[in-house]
Design a protein around this ligand. Structure first.
Ligand SMILES: NC(=O)C1=CN([C@@H]2O[C@H](COP(=O)(O)OP(=O)(O)OC[C@H]3O[C@@H](n4cnc5c(N)ncnc54)[C@H](OP(=O)(O)O)[C@@H]3O)[C@@H](O)[C@H]2O)C=CC1
Ligand SMILES: CCCCCC(=O)/C=C/[C@H]1[C@H](O)CC(=O)[C@@H]1CCCCCCC(=O)O
Length: 329
């Protein structure tokens, strides 16, 4: 018998999450039946969407939603032998039983010198999001200027690096001096700390006086309203997320951007990476190749210990992470 520890949402978040919103539950798992496997979490992901999803689809007492990189430790399913690794969306739990249907094996020939945790980051969902946002949504072309916010995070850092691979000028914003230094290290042409500038409008204008062809928006809210004003005519916006409003208990009010969008004839597309799931196999190989060639730096912010899942999640929402926020069990 194996004991599974899970983090449950005891109380719906009201504003920014707090320690008391989470509790640990322990349960004995049965032996896997024919066709089933027993999984042990190695790395768990903490992502912004968990904050939104909890409000939309979870009830109090549910295990927190989430994805992990797990090892098969018992198997009665020949497709998943003992010792193999999978990505699974079984939530914030140390052990789980699966019939294999929802499991994604890690890419064949995963190099030994590349941490498997990247399957939750730059060579996983956030990396795919950056790639699809650039190629499928924006159709970013060589010589264009791209703006990305939350640029030092999991998605943003991949976005900026792919845009540089494609021969573009890249401007990034992030919330600390250490993050700005990281963006410069990654090859961003311009980077600024949005928390310390006196005017976002001025910072954006200084970074690219001629405006922006493309905007990869991770933040939403006031930032987006100001950035839209500096798009070029026929500019394109990939609306990836809006983390600045995820913790709001009441909708924020702000300026209405519709006249700007109309006047500049902007194209704005909201998207999820899952729209291009059929391309994931090929896309992951491309991300891995860039990583191995040193063109894609895959920085991670690793928190040790399953007991620290809530702290890691809240830290990511607060901006503690440079690169992908991960928990190592
Ligand atoms: N459409 C899709 O398929 C997907 C969308 N996303 C979205 O992409 C965005 C980034 O996700 P991800 O890369 O995983 O997370 P990150 O690794 O970027 O972590 C979140 C970051 O958001 C920044 N942040 C937090 N609050 C604010 C705020 N009020 N204003 C500005 N920045 C803030 C912090 O950085 P800082 O210090 O710079 O403030 C923090 O580090 C999110 O909006 C997410 O929902 C993610 C995955 C898939
Ligand atoms: C609803 C806005 C989603 C915010 C953007 C984002 O972070 C999307 C991330 C997706 C990624 O593919 C991994 C996921 O599971 C995310 C989707 C979860 C969204 C919750 C809403 C689901 C629904 O209402 O159907």
């Amino acid at each position: 018998m194996v004991q599974a520890k899970s983090w449950v949402l005891v109380k719906h978040f009201d504003g920014f999450p707090k320690d008391s919103d989470f509790a640990i539950k322990v349960e004995e798992l049965p032996e896997p039946k024919d066709g089933e496997v027993l999984l042990e979490a190695i790395f768990l992901s903490v992502d912004p969407y968990m904050r939104l999803f909890s409000k939309m689809h979870m009830k109090e007492g549910d295990v927190m939603i989430g994805t992990q990189l797990a090892k098969v430790i018992q198997s009665k399913n020949s497709a998943f032998p003992v010792g193999s690794h999978v990505v699974t969306s079984c939530g914030w739990t140390t052990h789980s039983i699966s019939d294999g249907k929802e499991l994604t094996p890690v890419m064949a020939d995963w190099p030994e010198d590349v941490s498997l945790s990247l399957a939750l980051g730059a060579i996983g969902m956030p990396g795919l999001t950056g790639l699809y946002g650039i190629e499928e949504v924006l159709g970013l072309k060589e010589g264009e200027t791209l703006l990305v916010n939350a640029a030092a995070g999991a998605v943003g850092s991949v976005v900026g690096q792919i845009a540089k691979i494609k021969g573009c000028k890249v401007v990034g914003s992030a919330g600390s001096e250490a993050k700005v230094a990281f963006l410069k290290e990654l090859g961003f042409d311009e980077a600024f700390n949005y928390k310390t500038i006196t005017s976002l409008e001025e910072a954006l204008r200084k970074a690219s006086p001629d405006g922006y062809h493309c905007f990869f928006d991770n933040v939403g809210g006031d930032f987006s309203n100001v950035a839209l004003e500096q798009m070029k005519h026929f500019g394109r916006v990939a609306l990836c997320g809006s983390i600045s409003v995820y913790n709001d208990s009441f909708p924020q009010t702000g300026i209405f951007p519709h006249t700007t969008i109309n006047h500049k004839e902007l194209k704005i597309q909201g998207f999820w990476d899952t729209q291009w799931k059929h391309k994931d196999g090929e896309s992951l190989k491309r991300l891995m190749a860039w990583c191995k060639q040193g063109k894609l730096q895959c920085r991670e912010h690793v928190t040790k210990g399953f007991e620290n899942m809530p702290a890691a999640f809240m830290g990511m929402l607060r901006g503690d992470n440079i690169g992908k926020a991960i928990v190592a069990v």
